[in-house]
Ligand binder design. Structure first.
Ligand code: AMP
Ligand code: GLY
Length: 417
């Protein structure tokens, strides 16, 4: 089986390693990939989405796996173009991917199907936003489009709201678009991942990510500074409630609306006093949750994804470890506002065989040393029979790696338990 994975980050590095471990022994290619990914997956000659589609056709690719979201809504949409060319795709079509690309589309879907989420109002100007907020703080402001994780502001007061509204409506930092003013929800967050193939779905090991840059959940929002995954994150009763109140109604709603969804669907949930509520849908696996969850999987992940893409989702292909898994992100100087390239990374050879290392923003420099090349640089991951064991192992491994300006949270897997 020949598989093409779309993406270039730590999530794709983890997906590819798991695909390669499949007993069906797939041949894996990656676009656009990275230096680290090209050590395990072959590159393509594609330069953009149209050339990627012709490349896949010309190279008899059996399955396209969408890692990152951007290509799902680019041009005609990755999955739509694959469908036109008879290439099975594990990733949703452009219409279904609006669940992530448009916050308003997702809200209307949730309201239509009675899926628990915060109340919200769509506004088109600074003035309308202030009217919708109506002096109620904290408030949550969400730009209605893909904004690389930067389009959401949780505003404790008028000053922070005004600053974000200026960015959205005056500086047009995210381009043209409207804004959702959303009810502020309180509670622990959890990330639920379902593999979805039309009306069939299968829930993977739940995870939590740590989104803020600073220890104790302080400072700016990031793409994620670490994650913890484990079946035991949620009591069985709560997991059942999430399935009954959130996952199943979402799948049924998508079937009713004729979405034809195929691929991973990520439910970002807030466990509020009034029950679990959706913060957001993402049409892909989480990053860095994927790096924590993938090492818990054994079995034929390649055939699992191929089956799902062909409308035959078969969970029997996979087994899930009952262990805990902790992923620590090492980020570069200046992240998340900026990032710094060319800081040489040391200690990678010292990692234990039991740990996993996934590259996110790295490159090989002219001296063939690994160097930083982005905001989130590396994910160091370890497992344990208990959360404490997994935490101790992951942090001990992360201690071995260093580079100038490295940022890292030492409370990953510890805070909020
Ligand atoms: P997002 O960029 O959509 O992943 O949102 C970033 C973070 O903002 C989430 O992980 C939450 O911590 C927070 N957030 C989003 N929506 C809400 C909400 N309605 N209430 C409270 N916090 C929220
Ligand atoms: N972990 C957050 C995300 O993937 O969007």
């Amino acid at each position: 089986m020949k598989i093409l994975v779309v993406g270039k980050g730590g999530r794709e590095h983890a997906l590819i390693k798991t695909l390669l471990a499949s007993p069906s022994q797939p041949e894996v290619y990656c676009f656009p990939g990275s230096d680290a990914i090209s050590e395990i997956a072959k590159p393509t000659s594609a330069t953009d989405l149209p050339s990627l589609i012709s490349w896949m056709k010309g190279n008899a690719i059996d399955l396209c796996v969408a890692g990152e979201e951007s290509y799902l809504v680019k041009d005609e949409g990755l999955a739509n173009l694959c469908a036109e060319n008879d290439i099975p795709c594990w990733g949703p079509n452009k219409h279904a991917a609006q669940l992530e690309a448009s916050k308003n589309f997702a809200k209307e879907f949730m309201f239509r199907h009675d899926i628990p989420t915060g109340t919200s109002q769509l506004v088109h100007s600074y003035e309308q936003a202030l009217t919708a907020i109506d002096g109620n703080y904290p408030t949550v402001l969400k730009f209605d489009g893909l904004a690389a994780g930067k389009g959401v502001a949780v505003c404790p007061d008028a000053d922070s709201a005004n600053a974000f509204l200026t960015e959205v409506f005056e500086d047009r930092r995210f381009g043209e678009g409207s804004l959702l003013v959303e009810e502020y929800l309180e509670g622990p967050e959890v990330s639920i991942f379902a593999a979805v193939s039309d009306s069939a779905s299968f829930i993977f090991t739940p995870a939590r990510d740590y989104k803020l840059i600073g220890e104790g959940d302080t400072g700016a929002n990031t793409g994620g500074m670490g994650a913890v995954a484990g079946r035991q994150i949620l009591e069985p009763e709560l997991m059942q409630r999430i399935e009954d109140e959130i996952v199943t109604p979402t799948i049924n709603g998508m079937v009713q609306d004729g979405f034809g969804y195929k691929g991973f669907l990520y439910f970002g949930l807030m466990l509020t006093n009034a029950g679990p509520k959706i913060i957001e849908y993402n049409c892909r696996f989480g990053d860095p949750e994927c790096q924590a969850v993938m090492p818990l999987i054994t079995g034929d992940f390649a055939n699992f994804c191929l089956g799902g893409a062909n409308g035959k989702l078969d969970p029997a292909h996979l087994q899930f470890s009952e262990k805990w898994s902790v992923c620590v992100i090492l980020a570069s100087h200046g992240y998340p506002e900026t990032s710094r390239a060319d800081d040489v990374i040391s200690g990678l050879d010292d990692l234990s065989d039991t740990a996993q290392l996934f590259h996110a923003g790295t490159k090989l420099n002219l001296d063939k040393e690994w160097a930083t090349n982005g905001g989130r640089v590396l994910a160091v991951v370890s497992q344990g029979d208990s959360r404490e064991e997994a935490v101790a192992a992951a942090h001990a491994e992360a201690d071995k790696v260093s580079f100038d300006g490295m940022q890292r949270r030492r409370d990953i897997g510890i805070l909020n338990f």
